[in-house]
Design a binder for this molecule. Structure first.
Ligand code: ATP
Ligand code: MG
Ligand code: MG
Ligand code: MG
Length: 485
């Protein structure tokens, strides 16, 4: 294979290592001493306090390949997984960081040198974006001028975008600044006119590969209104998805075809007795979801998380059960997820020894959860069938919201599953009643949450490391997950 991911990762770290950056091992997925964030969701998370000055390090430049999970809070890519070719719940973020040392000039020159000279990406397949100005904050003309000089691009290849895409902030107050992103064209003819289109499975469109964040302001609230003040020592924080750059270098349109993921997809295909990319798009999505979720589960279990009813543990349970449901959908009738999780340990155990060390634990926890969930599924199905028979007997055709809620709450039966099964039998579900029952249960548990807050602060709304509120989302309804049985 050309450019295996392990080599892409090493090349990145060595490139920045040679340029004075301390090569740091990935920090944990469960942020150390940071109860405000459910999971590490960017490379800068372990360095958060260094950027704000609360913590210091013996170096001013660092580089890492950081384990990330984006499944909660502001960055939640769960619904994208399996559907887009470039989003995962678990991924690795390559990054270089300057703590008040170099700024835009070097950051841009390094990124361009690495992409075009070291990785050898063709320039005509690349475009960049800069902050184009919004909400009274000036456009980043400085970055635009540097990009022009470094790349030789004219302005038509340097897109000016708004706050949403090209301005980063840690929270409502705190460090913030414009960013620049580098996009790569997938497909035959790079087409600038299609910049706003989502890349698709057929391999068209521009895919974001690298984000360079220039932390140069501090946002404060003065007399009730926000002001931006220049930071005395501006910082750089960059992030590039390893799966994305690897698939680009391997000439693949989809991250799931790269050497990091393809074997996992194949494992799911093999267990189900189906062929990936045969005919059924739905089946392919299920296989990709299984590949993705198996990675997330393996890495979380390796860090000591076990599936349970609250907080991070509930997120793990939800991810595993989601993968199992997709397996069920593919027609897999026995516990299987542990086999895919073991494949994760085999594929990634060299880079992440914790996977090897905890291989048995990963397999065990995964298999036990699946056995439990399959029992639950069976029991729930029986209850649902009885309820439906009762309704029929009474000449009714709507399942009570309280029953749907009980199935969810007691048997872990998601509403969408209940709906699909009920509709197959000509029965509707009282959604409004379900929502009411859910809201009532939430209100009840709010009252009893006080104790949990002290222990497990992920419950409360708080400022996340990468901006925005991070909040426990485990019990939110699973609507939008797609109808999968
Ligand atoms: P996108 O717009 O594609 O969702 P993003 O703007 O949310 O990406 P950033 O927060 O800028 O992503 O993160 C930096 C880099 O990390 C991205 O440029 C991309 O290469 C990678 N990345 C982000 N989210 C994911 C994900 N869910 N799966 C894989 N890689 C990701
Ligand atoms: Mg995103
Ligand atoms: Mg983006
Ligand atoms: Mg981005």
């Amino acid at each position: 294979i050309v450019h295996p991911a392990s080599e892409v990762r090493r090349t990145f770290l060595e490139f920045f290592g040679k340029r004075g950056h301390e090569i740091c091992a990935s920090g944990p997925l469960i942020p150390a001493g940071d109860p405000t964030l459910m999971f590490t969701n960017a490379g800068m998370v372990p360095f958060k306090d260094v950027f704000t000055g609360k913590d210091t390090r013996p170096y001013k430049r660092a580089t890492s390949s950081q384990k990330c999970i984006r499944i909660s809070g502001k960055h939640n890519d769960l619904e994208n997984v399996g559907v887009t070719a470039r989003h995962h719940t678990f991924f690795e973020m390559l990054g270089n960081f300057s703590f008040g040392d170099y700024f835009k000039e070097e950051a841009i020159a390094y990124a361009w040198d690495l992409l075009t000279n070291v990785y050898g990406l063709p320039k005509d397949r690349l475009v960049v974006s800069v902050f184009g100005g919004e909400e009274g904050i000036a456009a980043d003309d400085e970055a635009r001028a540097i990009w022009r000089k470094v790349t030789g691009f004219s302005d038509e290849r340097i897109f000016g975008l708004g706050m949403k895409d090209n301005f980063w902030q840690m929270g409502d107050v705190g460090p913030c600044g414009p960013c620049s992103e580098i996009h790569y064209y997938l497909g035959d003819e790079p087409d600038l006119g299609r910049f706003n289109e989502e890349p698709n499975e057929q391999g068209h469109g521009w895919m974001e590969i690298w984000n360079l964040v220039f932390m140069q302001f501090e946002r404060r609230i003065e007399d009730g209104s926000p002001i931006l003040e220049k930071l005395p020592a501006p910082c750089v924080d960059t992030g590039m998805g390893l799966e994305r750059i690897s698939s680009v270098l391997q000439g693949k349109f989809s991250n799931y075809d790269s050497d990091l993921m393809r074997a996992l997809v194949e494992k799911a295909a093999q267990i189900s007795g189906k062929v990936y990319r045969a005919t059924q798009a739905d089946d392919d999505i299920s296989m990709r979801v299984i590949a993705d979720h198996a990675r997330t589960a393996a890495f979380l279990i390796a860090e000591g998380v076990s599936p349970n009813r609250a907080g991070r543990e509930y997120v793990l349970r939800r991810v595993m059960r989601r993968a199992i449901r997709h397996g069920h959908r593919l027609g897999i009738e026995r516990p299987f997820l542990h086999e895919v999780a073991l494949e994760v340990a085999r594929l990634m155990g060299e880079q992440y020894p914790e996977l090897r060390q905890r291989k048995e634990l990963i397999a065990d926890v995964t298999e036990q959860e699946e056995i439990r969930f399959r029992e639950t599924l069976d029991r729930g199905l029986r209850i649902l069938d009885e309820e439906i028979a009762g309704l029929r007997g009474a000449g009714k055709n709507e399942l009570a919201g309280t029953t749907a809620f009980k199935l969810y709450d007691t048997f872990g039966f998601p509403l969408d599953l209940t709906e699909v099964i009920a509709s197959e039998r000509g029965i509707a579900v009282d959604n409004a009643g379900y929502e009411r029952a859910l809201a009532e249960q939430r209100a009840r548990s709010e009252g009893s949450k006080v104790g949990d807050v002290a222990v497990e602060s992920v419950w409360r709304e708080a400022i996340g490391a990468v901006g925005g509120a991070v909040r426990f989302t485990g019990y939110e309804s699973e609507e939008g997950e797609g109808k999968i049985v």
